[in-house]
Design a protein around this ligand. Structure first.
Ligand SMILES: Nc1nc2c(ncn2[C@@H]2O[C@H](COP(=O)(O)OP(=O)(O)OP(=O)(O)O)[C@@H](O)[C@H]2O)c(=O)[nH]1
Ligand SMILES: [Mg+2]
Length: 423
């Protein structure tokens, strides 16, 4: 059954890492990323091996020669596990475990394990468990199919098969139960969102590749002290804060879980409730770690994930971060010029923050519309709403009510439309 670890200090496990990437120019980046993931999961890499694959082998994922090579290396180093930097099927995993005589873990399992360690809220834990079970289901299926094929006949129900059947049913029941619980949590979140919507400031979400600096930026803008750490997936649960901008503008900003490449779609789907904040945003701040040599690949991975979430057509400000670590200033200028609606900042030194605030202000302004209305004296509280939740440009006491000219977000604008006048 799926485990939901929390604050559990597990011993360090040693691992042989198996890299699969085709493009040798990416070797270092791919390697660094997996080593980072290992560190976050208490796994110590003790040897690495590489296989260039056009297509995985059906039974063992890697080729026969490679299976022997890895088995020898695992034996020699006395590794606790072999970590494959790809998604392997249940059947492949089992065949490899038999060959290596040790545990085999794939990239998705490793990431899920990190998520499980990071989960702090009920919602986070429920989602991790759902993701783990959803991930396990096809593996259970493949075990079952293999058994079935081996036995071949009708009425040959062995104990192993019965156990698998009941495992499958248990997993399926648990998945349904988790989905119901997550629906509950989602309802609470949607109530919170609705109550925030009563304060009609625009909503924005910070998205980006893991470790891009999202939480560091959130902390700088909101004056908060959320965990920001070099470890991947430091943030799992979303947090929202109100941010005040110069000239009386404001917005709600949400910091959320980081993205990573090669994340299976169903895994993204399991985190739908956390990532829902992104889909409800009026616009997106996409933080890109410009100091990472693979920033373009990471950027594409984020765009791809946004597509899966159905959030790719939202207005976006691209925030190139960590420019304190980018020595080539001409390159920086070129990149910002090349990408529409982008700014360059350092979330640790505060460099470029004025540009970012200006870009956000422009985005907020574009979501606001000007209203001219005469509010009846009996509805005076609406004038206060305009002050609290918008920008009042003009106010005049007239015989039939208070004339206001204000910049407001759509929700509040709608309420005032009934009293609107030409001037
Ligand atoms: N040099 C430098 N380091 C930065 C900058 N912004 C963030 N960092 C560092 O990058 C690491 C990751 O920062 P986080 O803010 O945790 O990144 P994140 O995007 O929230 O990461 P996850 O929540 O794990 O997805 C931390 O060690 C930060 O101190 C920056 O502008 N310059
Ligand atoms: Mg974070």
């Amino acid at each position: 059954m799926a485990k939901t670890l929390q604050n559990l200090e597990l011993p360090i496990e040693t691992a042989v890492l198996v890299f699969i990437n085709e493009d040798d120019s990416e070797d270092q980046v791919v390697e660094d990323e997996l080593v980072g993931l290992c560190e976050a999961a208490n796994v110590e890499p003790i040897a690495t091996i590489r296989q260039r694959l056009d297509r995985p082998y059906k039974g063992t994922f890697v080729g026969t020669g490679k299976v022997e090579e890895i088995a020898a290396l695992a034996h020699e180093t006395n590794a606790d596990l072999v970590l494959i930097d790809a998604e392997v099927s249940g059947m492949q995993q089992r065949n490899l475990e038999e060959a290596f005589k040790c545990k085999v873990i794939d990239r998705t399992q490793l990431i899920l394990d990190i998520f499980a360690r990071r989960a702090r809220t009920r919602e986070g834990m429920l989602q991790v468990e759902l993701a783990q079970l959803t991930y396990m289901m096809p593996k259970l299926m493949s075990v079952y199919t293999k058994f079935e094929r081996q036995k071949g006949g009708i009425g040959m129900r062995g104990p192993g098969e019965t156990k698998l059947e009941s495992d499958k049913r248990l997993a399926r029941d648990k998945i349904s139960a988790l989905k119901v619980e997550i629906e509950d949590v989602k309802r609470v979140r949607s109530q919170q969102r609705a109550s925030r919507r009563k304060h009609p400031f625009p909503f924005a979400s910070i998205v980006g590749y893991t470790s891009a600096g999202k939480s560091t930026l959130m902390n700088l803008m909101a004056g908060t002290d959320f965990l920001a750490d070099a470890m991947p997936f430091a943030t799992l649960d979303p947090t929202t804060r109100k941010i005040d901008l110069p000239d009386g503008y404001a917005l709600f900003l949400t910091d959320t879980v980081g993205f990573i490449r090669n994340l299976p779609t169903h895994l993204v789907a399991a985190f739908q409730s956390t990532l829902e904040e992104v889909t409800f945003s009026d616009f997106i701040l996409h933080v890109v770690d410009l100091a990472n040599p693979a920033w373009e690949v990471q950027k594409d991975a984020v765009h791809h994930t946004l597509e899966i979430l159905g959030a790719s057509d939202k207005p976006m400000i691209t925030v190139f971060n960590k420019i304190d670590m980018v020595p080539d200033k001409a390159e920086l200028t070129r990149i910002v010029a090349e990408w529409p609606n982008s700014v360059a900042i350092s979330a640790t030194t505060g460099l470029g923050m004025t540009d970012l605030q200006l870009a956000i202000k422009r985005q907020v302004q574009s979501l606001l519309g000007t209203v001219r209305a005469v509010i009846p004296y009996s509805q005076q509280h609406m004038l206060q709403d305009c002050y609290d939740f918008g920008r009042v440009l003009k106010e005049e006491y007239r015989d039939n009510g208070i004339y206001v000219e204000a910049e407001l977000v759509n929700e509040l604008r709608q309420k005032l439309l009934q009293y609107s006048v030409e001037s």
